[in-house]
Design a protein around this ligand. Structure first.
Ligand code: CAO
Length: 424
């Protein structure tokens, strides 16, 4: 038994933010019915393709454990089928451009009329306000949510991060909104609207930077690399690799850094283990020296301190540094490349990295469910081919017979995609 077994999701999502949300719900056991345009499908099926004719990794890694039906929700017959699906599902999720579902003829009022228990969840770029009608992609959200302004080095331009905090981050927020609304529905019997705006999601993840913005009015941010020699302007500056918390940290070179771009370690000078750090790097005199003995005294000297620690880390590989520091409880973390992560056996064992078979592209790696429930196992099954489950959904969920399905296909409301599952 899986946690969300019995919950049926009408998945109108595309690209990344919405699909990441419904994929999570599918891993928890929900029946996710992905609706795609006949003959076209989610645009990502054909984006960044590495194998001609096969669904891209972009698509397959965001749509596992789902079923696919093709349906033209703008045709008369398609609308009729869509209404049936709205009545048969618990949750509808979409991340189209603002107003797209309304333009299809399904504003929230109409959805409620059809199914008062429906939870209608949307990702949009912005919440209500001056930008609410804008189309938004990942990096726009990173820029508008405070991440880009605070990422990078003080002498460089704003930077976006590779972590998809705008898309996948907002998908996570939306999934939480959906299960919360499902929980409330248990008591009220009513559905509700759930909105996760990408700007809001990114800002939520940049909460500590808004903290620092307010601290700035009371003096310089002493844990930032700009202190004590640089200038602070009116806004939170970019803090390089400084830690966002109260324990100073930095990325330091390890042995091999000249040729290996990932031969680095993140090193945290946690106050309670300061003495051990000094011993490891051979600076025992800093343990008692009043210029170094307290966390406060160290703040203006962090550059010098990290330079000294780096002299030591440069003599060891990042894994040797880990082996030395972990038994001493000194917090640190190697910079792992995606190659190292893909090959890491422990991540395979926990199901965080999974190998999946696909009929047209062969086997591929994907990231499995990062949230582990002890009583709800989550296996990763491959993403569906375009329209692979059209017939099955029309008959099983809507009770259409073979003749009615043939009529729906003849009208063009649902697709009749050729399905290449011979390799299965
Ligand atoms: N049948 C018929 N029409 C369909 C359909 C179906 N099954 N599925 C989608 N469509 C239509 C939509 O109704 C819409 O038509 P209209 O513009 O006529 O109303 C059209 O297809 C395309 O939708 P879109 O405008 O959302 O797509 P786009 O590629 O132009 O924009 C994006 C993509 C992501 C910028 C936009 O959807 C968006 O801003 N979404 C909200 C924010 C978001 O989730 N962004 C993250 C995306 S992941 O990086």
């Amino acid at each position: 038994m899986k946690a969300l077994e019995g919950v049926r999701i009408l998945d109108m999502t595309h690209v990344q933010s919405g699909p990441t949300c419904t994929q999570l719900l599918a891993w928890f056991g929900a029946d996710v019915i992905k609706v795609e345009r006949p003959g076209v499908g989610d645009i990502t099926r054909g984006q960044l393709q590495d194998i001609e004719g096969a669904d891209s990794l972009y698509f397959t890694m965001l749509n596992s454990n789902k079923r696919s039906i093709t349906l033209n929700t703008k045709s008369d017959k398609g609308k009729e089928i869509f209404e049936g699906l709205i009545k048969a599902c618990d949750v509808m999720v979409e991340n189209f451009a603002p107003g797209a579902i309304d333009r299809m003829g399904f504003p929230w009022e109409r959805i409620q009329e059809l199914n008062p228990r429906m939870i209608y969840a949307s990702v949009k770029g912005f919440g209500p306000g001056p930008y609410e009608d804008c189309k938004v992609y990942e990096n726009v959200a990173q820029c508008a949510g405070g991440a880009a302004s605070t990422t990078g080095f003080d002498d460089g331009p704003p930077l976006v991060t590779g972590a998809q905090i705008g898309d996948s981050g907002t998908g996570l927020h939306l999934a939480l909104g959906i299960v919360t609304a499902l929980y409330q529905r248990e008591k009220t019997g009513r559905g509700q609207r759930v909105l996760a705006a990408m700007q809001d999601g990114v800002l939520n993840l940049c909460r500590v930077k808004l903290r620092d913005q307010q601290r700035l009015t009371h003096g310089p941010l002493k844990e930032y690399p700009q202190y004590p020699h640089g200038e602070f302007g009116p806004a939170v500056p970019r803090s390089g690799n400084a830690s966002g918390g109260g324990q100073p940290g930095w990325i330091l070179k390890c042995r091999g850094w000249e040729t290996d771009p990932d031969a680095y370690i993140y090193f945290i000078t946690q106050a309670p283990v300061w003495g051990r750090i000094c011993k490891v790097i051979g600076r025992e005199e800093w343990i008692e020296d009043p210029d170094y003995a307290t966390a406060e005294a160290r703040l203006p000297r962090l550059t010098e301190i990290f330079d000294a620690i780096e002299e030591w880390t440069k003599t060891k590989t990042k894994f040797e540094v880990m082996e030395t520091l972990n038994p001493l409880d000194i917090p640190c973390g190697p910079i792992l490349s995606l190659k190292e992560i893909a090959e890491e056996p422990s991540l395979r064992e926990t199901g965080t990295v999974v190998e999946v078979d696909h009929p047209t592209r062969g086997s591929y790696l994907t990231v499995g469910n990062p949230i582990k429930l002890s009583d709800s196992p989550s296996d990763v099954s491959r993403s569906p081919l375009l329209g692979e489950h059209t017939d099955e959904i029309l008959s099983e969920v809507l009770g259409l017979n073979d003749g009615e399905i043939a009529d729906a296909k003849a009208s063009g409301a649902v697709g009749d995609e050729p399905r290449n599952i011979a390799a299965e």
